[in-house]
Write a protein that binds this ligand. Structure first.
Ligand SMILES: Nc1nc2c(ncn2[C@@H]2O[C@H](COP(=O)(O)OP(=O)(O)OP(=O)(O)O)[C@@H](O)[C@H]2O)c(=O)[nH]1
Length: 406
């Protein structure tokens, strides 16, 4: 579903221009020409990502629309035709996300990435580490306004505890001077387990010590800001850090995930498991779709691809606690640390499920079966893979559609 943006703008030409730009960027613009119309829309729809508001409207020439829209709990980005320090301060003090000058195409080319950032932000969780309650609350408000999920700690020790409980934190904003553990020491400790691409850190300090920037960056922070900072600078840094993080995440996925099925690829599998395991149970299974060439021959490459995706989904569903990888072609590998007997019964179950599954493609039905070879114990990954492979070969030789595990 397209992400909806409320645009309140009286200029017909600018509305038309925004409509083209927003729809090309994948947003759905809902337009109002006046404050009155905006109220009508907001009374019946409240599922907007945010609003883009003209500062001067026929029924409110001095930014009156802003409070009205904010009162509906909707975030706002302001467009102004004239810039003045007075308007800037007035607008920002109301708690809007940003304001833009409506003077050129560059303002719209700033608006689109800003909207995309807001859209992406809801996937990110931020941890604020700050001992002053006033500053902490201010930081939380600023980040929540950006659609980020936010949790907070009063010092470095508490922050590290929270980091262990919340495994999905992607950004930390931390002060330096705090009781128990300061921000630089905490950053250094965090970097032992998380690199800059996994967990971004923005350091803050109200100190007059000008070496603070270098100290934070050398300890592993992604960026640093002296307090007091202004909202625009803070948001620019946060956006920059999160854009870098999203790019790093995308690159990681491209390098480690199979593009067709979304499963892990061979490279990821070997990186994860090449060093062996200390787990009590260690199981590997190699799976291969039977007579897959025939699926391609009978249903085309598209049909074959659809089958690969369906099998991948089944494997993910049945082995949610394991590492499931597509090794290439129609071959998959599972590494699991559960009890061997349970693992074998899971393999049997998924084999049966796939045998019973009727997939439909372009109006035709596709049935497939899979063959599986499994290996157990604390051997090297290479030994386990070649044992599984040999058992998979046996399964194929013995008639396919079966699990061989001894
Ligand atoms: N659609 C599709 N086909 C693929 C892909 N990768 C490999 N293949 C096809 O997978 C088929 C594998 O065929 P074979 O190695 O002969 O094995 P099989 O037909 O499954 O026979 P058995 O393994 O002996 O049961 C080949 O036709 C490949 O072209 C892919 O990403 N998509």
């Amino acid at each position: 579903m397209l992400c909806k943006i409320l645009v309140v703008e009286d200029s017909r030409a600018f509305r038309k221009y925004l409509n083209i730009q927003l729809s090309q960027a994948g947003f759905q613009a809902v337009f109002a020409e006046s404050i009155a119309q905006a109220h009508e829309i907001l009374a019946r729809e409240n599922d907007f990502l945010c609003s883009v508001l003209d500062y001067c409207l026929p029924d409110g020439p001095d930014g009156e629309i802003i409070d009205d829209v904010l009162n509906y709990g909707l975030q706002a980005i302001i467009l102004t035709a004239n810039f003045s320090e007075h308007i800037r301060e007035k607008v920002l003090s109301k708690g809007v996300i940003d304001y833009l000058l409506k003077d050129s195409a560059s303002s719209v080319s700033y608006l689109i990435p800003l909207l995309r950032r807001l859209q992406e932000n809801c996937r990110h969780k931020a941890l604020v580490v700050e001992d002053s309650k006033t500053v902490r609350t201010h930081l939380i408000n600023l980040l929540e306004r950006q659609n980020l999920q936010v949790i907070a700690a009063e010092n470095g020790t508490q922050a590290i505890e929270l980091l262990q409980q919340h495994t999905n934190i992607s950004l930390i904003i931390t002060d330096h001077d705090m009781p128990e553990k300061d921000g630089i020491t905490m950053t250094r400790e965090i970097r032992r387990n998380f690199d800059r691409n996994q967990l971004a850190i923005l350091g803050l300090s109200g100190s007059s010590d000008r070496s603070m920037t270098a100290r934070f960056l050398k300890a592993g922070a992604n960026d640093f800001l002296y307090k007091p900072f202004n909202q625009e600078e803070f948001y620019c840094r946060i956006h920059h850090i999160l854009n870098m993080k999203d790019t790093a995440d995308k690159l990681y996925k491209m390098a480690n995930q199979d593009a067709l099925t979304g499963l892990w690829n061979r490279r990821y599998f070997f990186n994860q498991h090449s060093r062996g395991t200390t787990e009590e149970h260690n199981n590997i299974a190699m799976l291969d779709i039977d007579f897959f060439k025939k699926v391609n021959d009978n249903h085309g490459h598209d049909g074959g691809d659809a089958v690969l995706v369906t099998v991948a989904k089944q494997l993910q569903h049945h082995f949610s606690d394991a590492t499931v990888a597509r090794f290439g072609g129609e071959e998959f590998c599972i590494q699991s640390n559960i009890d061997r007997t349970i693992f074998v019964s899971q393999l049997e179950l998924v084999r049966l499920k796939i045998e019973q599954l009727i997939m439909s493609h372009n109006g035709t039905e596709i049935n497939i079966t899979i063959s599986i070879g499994a290996s157990f114990g604390n051997k090297s990954i290479d030994e386990m893979l070649s044992e599984s492979d040999a058992r998979l070969y046996t399964a194929k030789k013995n008639g396919r559609n079966q699990v061989v595990w001894q």
